[in-house]
Design a binder for this molecule. Structure first.
Ligand code: CP
Ligand code: NVA
Length: 304
């Protein structure tokens, strides 16, 4: 597999190997050791059609810490698909760079980039999925809960790109995944079927958050209006009433439940300030792990 586009493109052994490597390189970097520079002499092009803090900074810093150089191309720079066709962008960037990371709107754009690029392409979020985020989340769960296998992860909110990556992880690694979302905001049916057909994990889609969070190891939240949907924000705030992760919902989840959120969060909307600031909230270790998970993904793709 040349590219990292969907977690389910990889088998369980490869995903677990990447997560182990992430932990190993994380420990090295945290010790202050800067002698591991496998990306020395390598460059990465980073295409952003949408805004970002974590994805941009974690990829750029991670690639730099391992010896490489990363180039940020923002929404106004190359205007992929507008100023220039995606297939031309892919082939030109492949001639300068060893790897391409992209955050785009239409999922087809990342598929086209990967098809025409001769170097690995990493998905930094599309309207459909966000695989690097869920790799970082899996690493964070392993660190805090002890293991991913058997863990009950309850996502509360919109059945969006983050949920699709949870489902595609559940198609490969066994755990218990529950998505509690308002009616009409369920994740993509085909993706749910794909994950269920794999027969690896217990997967539930429900419209009842209170029932869903019982006995959760992790309660997970994301914004109700994703990038590209901000004009629907007011409408969604009405429809999503009852899906805010607040102290009462965390109480139902029970004392062992951690709170996770991919961030950025809208405090007071999908999650209360108190839940994000509580001692069992692990949103900042989770954000940190973006860098470590991605470093390991890039090491895998570049074969170093
Ligand atoms: N979680 C995440 O992808 O954050 P950014 O949008 O800031 O990159
Ligand atoms: N679902 C969110 C995730 C942001 C990291 C979005 O697509 O905007």
């Amino acid at each position: 597999m040349k590219d990292f586009l969907h977690i389910s493109d990889f088998d369980k052994a490869t995903i677990m190997k990447i997560l182990d490597r992430a932990a190993e390189v994380k420990a090295l970097l945290k010790s202050g050791d800067r002698s591991f520079v496998p990306f020395k002499g390598k460059s990465m092009a980073m295409i952003f059609a949408k805004p970002s803090m974590r994805t941009r900074v974690s990829f750029e810093t991670g690639f730099f810490l391992l010896g490489g150089h990363a180039i940020y191309l923002g929404p106004d720079d190359i205007q992929m698909g507008k100023r220039e066709e995606t297939r031309d962008v892919a082939r030109v960037l492949s001639r300068y760079n060893d790897i391409i990371m992209a955050r785009v709107f239409a999922h087809q754009d990342i598929l086209d980039l990967a098809k025409y690029a001769t170097v690995p392409v990493v998905n930094g979020l599309t309207d459909y999925n966000h695989p690097c985020q869920i790799m970082a989340d899996a690493l964070t769960i392993i660190e805090h809960v002890g293991q991913l296998e058997g863990t009950k992860v309850v996502y509360v909110g919109d059945g969006n790109n983050v949920v699709h990556s949870w489902l595609l992880l559940a198609a490969v690694v066994p755990f218990h995944f529950v998505c509690a979302c308002p009616k009409g905001f369920e994740p993509d049916k085909e993706t749910v079927k794909k994950a269920q057909r794999a027969g690896i994990s217990k997967i539930e889609i429900t419209n009842d958050p209170k029932e869903a969070v019982k006995d959760a190891d992790v309660v997970y939240s994301d914004v109700w209006a994703s990038m590209g949907q901000k004009e629907e924000a007011a409408y969604r705030r009405q429809v999503f009433q009852g899906f805010q992760v607040d102290e009462a919902l965390m109480k139902i989840a029970g004392p062992k439940a951690y709170f996770m959120h991919c961030l950025p969060a809208e405090r007071g909307v999908e999650v209360t300030d108190g839940v994000i600031e509580a001692p069992n909230s692990i949103v900042f270790p989770q954000a940190e792990n973006r860098m470590h998970a991605q470093n390991a993904i890039m090491l895998h793709l570049l074969g170093v």
